[in-house]
Design a protein around this ligand. Sequence first.
Ligand SMILES: *[C@@H]1O[C@H](CO)[C@@H](O)[C@H](O)[C@H]1NC(C)=O
Ligand SMILES: *[C@@H]1O[C@H](CO)[C@@H](O)[C@H](O)[C@H]1NC(C)=O
Ligand SMILES: *[C@@H]1O[C@H](CO)[C@@H](O)[C@H](O)[C@H]1NC(C)=O
Ligand SMILES: *[C@@H]1O[C@H](CO)[C@@H](O)[C@H](O)[C@H]1NC(C)=O
Length: 497
Amino acid sequence: MKQSRLGPSQVTLKASNFFGLPEKPSEFFALMMRIGLLVCLVASIFLALHSAFWARSSHRFALPDRIRKARDFSAQNDDDVGPTNISHIIFGIGGSVHTWRERSHYSLHWWDPNATRGFVWLDAKPKPDVINGSVSIPYRVSEDWTRFKYSSSQSAVRIARIVLESFRVGLPNARWFVMGDDDTVFFADNLVSVLASYDHTQMYYIGGNSESVEQDAMHSYDMAFGGGGFAISRPLAARLAMILDGCLGRYYRFYGSDQRIWACLSELGVSLTRHRGFHQLDIRENPYGLLAAHPLVPLVSLHHLDYLNPLFPEQTQIESVETLMKAYRVDPGRILQQCFCYDKKRKWSISISWGYTLQIYPFMLAAMELQTPMQTFKTWRSWSNGPYTFNTRPVSNDPCQQPLVYFLERVEEVGESGTRSSFVMSVSKEAKKCGREAYKHVMAVPRVVVSSMKMDRDYWNKGPVRQCCEIMDRGSVKNGTMRIRIRKCRPKETITF
Ligand SMILES: *[C@@H]1O[C@H](CO)[C@@H](O)[C@H](O)[C@H]1NC(C)=O
Ligand SMILES: *[C@@H]1O[C@H](CO)[C@@H](O)[C@H](O)[C@H]1NC(C)=O
Ligand SMILES: *[C@@H]1O[C@H](CO)[C@@H](O)[C@H](O)[C@H]1NC(C)=O
Ligand SMILES: *[C@@H]1O[C@H](CO)[C@@H](O)[C@H](O)[C@H]1NC(C)=O
């Protein structure tokens, strides 16, 4: 009978002669050669594997095909194969029966009942009129959360547990659990393109912190603020689900649900991957300056819109979202993307925040200025002028130093892959006007039409580069309209005035 295992004596023998070294020197030499070769082989295999794994976890880069295929081949589940799409995301919206009917109006504009998966989590079973009056997001009632200790906010415990409850629902093919408030507006296509660039089989916690330094200092710079929404990859959600109930008690003094999640994730050794497309919008008054100079990343979310001036003049908050969404649906990746062009003859600087606003300055202003948000807002808690987690530039009291501002009027598709949008000048009656000639010349252009090609699907997977724009027809104004085209910059083109 064959021995399948070594007896004790053989083990001793093997151990004392670990490399199986022979006695004779010549054989010894040949063997050393063979061992050398083997070491080289093992080392090169190791290096190849190491670089494959390194690439796999370096989330900011699109995975090369070779590695993607290898990974897909080794994937345990079918659902880990192929690029991430909307069906892989499970949303968990924190709601309550008292506010859901009204707050759900925001969801109407981003939740696609045929594609979006997840639930709004309510604190009690809603009366039929709550559900009748709101949109078709399926709801669930949170399981008992009152057994947990808390100091200031009991509902924060309930909202924090949404990650866990969402995970336990066990929907198939879930790669990401995305949490948001009932007044968070998600731009789901962009959320997908952001999440698709990370490896969902690793542990990730992705979101953004507060715009107001006072808020970050009070809560944490390192936590994802819940209103801007945050994403937790499946393996991390699985680990969090195991520890969360035990962990909540340790952080009962915290105010928010998001801070509890952050604290518990810290115990798993996972820290926040910040993405600047998630917007908590912890600011007051007018968010205009920030949205007119969005960072060079896709827009993922907006929050607190009920607490802010409407995005568009003469529209309500909710109508403004509708208007923005119209542009977003035409060219999702481009929404709020900024580009600059100069009319060198007339010495105008033009900034476009696509799908939202356009500004003409009747003087030259460098790209570094144009990309810095104008401070049209105050901080969240103390309504102060700052500081913020990004640079701002003050809005001058001198109307001659301010740009003329245009807002989106209409967007339309042109052919298969083009778009045309018109922007109309907005000058409020009470606004002080500048008496200079240069300013009056801009006043003679009440409308600007902007054309562009839709953004490539993989635009955000490459090193993001701002696109260029150019003034058409040598800047001539026909029937009060000037035309501008947005396009890729030419190889040696710079944004220089
Ligand atoms: C998403 O990807 C899965 C494969 O992982 C595929 O079966 C499904 O059809 C895709 N869904 C959409 C909406 O593209
Ligand atoms: C959802 O799908 C149904 C049937 O396919 C269709 O009639 C409906 O218009 C779709 N709804 C949306 C919001 O796309
Ligand atoms: C839902 O609301 C509509 C009008 O808002 C009403 O006509 C209808 O009877 C309601 N349905 C239920 C089931 O309450
Ligand atoms: C001039 O612009 C107005 C809107 O501002 C439009 O109604 C009109 O048709 C335009 N005329 C021509 C000739 O393009």
